[in-house]
Design a protein around this ligand. Sequence first.
Ligand code: FAD
Ligand code: NAP
Ligand code: SF4
Length: 679
Amino acid sequence: MTNAFYPHLFAPLDLGFTTLPNRLLMGSMHTGLEDHRDLTRLAAYFAARARGGVGLMVTGGVAPNRRGWLAPFSAKMTTTSEARRHRIVTEAVHAEGGKIALQLLHAGRYAMHPLLVAPSPLRAPISPFRPWEMSPRLIRETIQDFGRAAALAREAGYDGVEIMGSEGYLINQFIAPRTNKRTDEWGGPPENRFRFAVEVLRAVRQRAGNDFLIIFRLSMLDLVEEGSSWDEVVALAQALEKNGADLLNTGIGWHEARIPTIAAAVPRGAFSWVTARLRGAVRLPLIATNRINTPEKAEEILASGQADMVSLARPFLADADFARKAREGRAAEINTCIACNQACLDRIFAGKEAGCLVNPRACRETLLPPATRRPENAGRRIAVVGAGPAGLSCAAELGEMGFDVHLFEATHELGGQFNLAKRIPGKEEFAETIRYFQNRLQKACVQVFLGRRVSAQDLVDGNFEAVVLATGVVPRRPSIPGIDHPKVLSYIEVLRGLKPVGDRVAIIGAGGIGFDVATFLCVPPHSGPDDYRREWGIDPTYTTRGGLGSTSPATTGRRVWLLQRTKGKMGTRLGKTTGWAHRLALKHRGVQFWSGVEYLQIDDQGLHIRRNGQTDVLQVDHIVICAGQEPLRDLQQPLEEAGLRVYCIGGAHLAAELDAERAIEEGLRTALSIGPHAT
Ligand code: FAD
Ligand code: NAP
Ligand code: SF4
């Protein structure tokens, strides 16, 4: 039956020997769980998403041999005992009615170990290691290893495999002239560079059989110099069709590309045009990908005929029930991925397990099961003070456990500092988290009191069993002579538009908020994919190799100095996978990054500083203070003195190293810890 809300998204896809129930693919995402010996947690993670109704899932990358490992001892599929260990995953998924494919990924020169190999011995700019050049014999063996891994995947119960041929991994390294300088039958003209990809596909098809799903992830836009040309993408896609692929997934950008492709500043669906370009050149179903995080965007891509399926990866970390909620017309309840990368990719690149900033349960399904409503909690009154991320998370959780929750917020809106974050160009997605919590609070029957700055006495009089203080932080005001000068503004005044800001601005403090304020002051609000392509130099006509064009970022024309006292490179504590793009976006706008600065005085002339032993005056119109924050928990002491049980969470607990991930997780864990107490 046609779905009333998203008819294209929930149309089945007939692939001949199998039919997918809908057009939603959960794209491959390395979580770290696949590297465990015991795959119980991985099984629970996938089972939750299968239960949530996604059409097909792809695991994180699993190597076909040791040389292909991403890192020492990461996942591989080389023996029957390894295949057997995966049965717990496939059985859990099938028990929920889902389908799952194993991704076969050979890291090539991106491997973080000394055994790394590549078509040519060229070090990747993002790797400390130079790869060994593969001999023709090793190439043949590697092809056989892919075939063996596919056969083992089948033995393990997988419904198919995805061959990872994009993002700059080994297969992609053979395809592109950038990394393939060989002069034998595996390099040179396109048909030689394609040979490895095609032979891998043939080996996989031969060993896994015809009734086994093969997705090929084809790099359709490399975004690096000497990447594939469009004609080569088409020719390879046709060769893959001829040699037995069932589905073509879109790969966008190599890991070493200096263009953000999945960060929050990338507009939703910004790359569906690439997939659309290939339509008509092959008959295979095509999968669009990158920054598709809502059912509306997914439906739009499918309805406009740009693709046959859509791949969403991080959105399924953020919400295991994405598909079910969309199918039932409950899209407003989806916990939307805000593309921050903080708890998923940044963690993975730091060698840790993935999680999700907006969903602390992601990848911890066995450790943090969903809260259950318990009748004995009815009537137990709990006050939550502050509706920032910490308070929202705690209140929603307590409400779902059946407590009588009263949430007090001093301002007239939910969200706390997320209301500032969402004003930063490229961070508009933060508004989605507020919308999500608003719906959760409503469903959980939490009583919300906006515009209520509560005092300790209010709470004592309220007859609460416990009080959760989620009152957040106050900006730090450094003791610089002249700090009260009218030129000085707080980041709150700037971001809320409470005071006009001049054309020449110095920012004191270059943490996350300093960078965000610089972005707010220099980058005009994002208006869509064209602006994004112009800013980063993506050629929509695809006339150059790799699809690179010239850059022309839009700017507000302001001159901005971003300052910090610490010496050395700035922004080192920004996210590993996004910090470079933040820095580059500001550099494009001529922002001056000055570290090792001593602040001497502020007066009518501007900001007096000492730097490299020299004094100087920055003649600016305004000085914006972004010098960190202090906890706001003035209610704690009087409440405790009155005998109330008090919990401090989020910024109110500890302002140092605070981020929204910690705030939301503390909210959840505090709610769980309140649960067991008897009245
Ligand atoms: P807050 O968000 O500060 O919320 C506290 C709430 O309590 C406020 O709404 C306040 O009005 C209310 N309150 C205080 N006193 C009372 C009272 N007596 N009665 C009632 N209500 C009261 N973090 C990230 O992880 N990633 C990012 O990319 C990111 N970007 C940011 C960008 C900007 C511009 C800013 C300002 C912050 C950003 N943050 C980011 C930080 C993140 O927003 C905070 O870590 C998070 O909001 C802290 O949550 P919280 O609930 O502890 O406090
Ligand atoms: P922060 O990251 O701790 O940065 C504070 C900045 O102020 C530093 O650059 C520090 O540099 C400077 N500073 C500290 N004390 C000072 C003083 N007394 N005088 C002058 N300068 C001083 O804090 P934030 O920028 O306020 O961010 C708060 C939290 O929000 C962060 O922990 C972060 O996790 C989160 N956030 C994250 C992002 C993101 O993109 N991931 C974005 C925004 C916010 P010096 O000491 O060297 O001068
Ligand atoms: Fe999305 Fe951020 Fe969660 Fe990653 S951590 S899945 S980017 S919301």
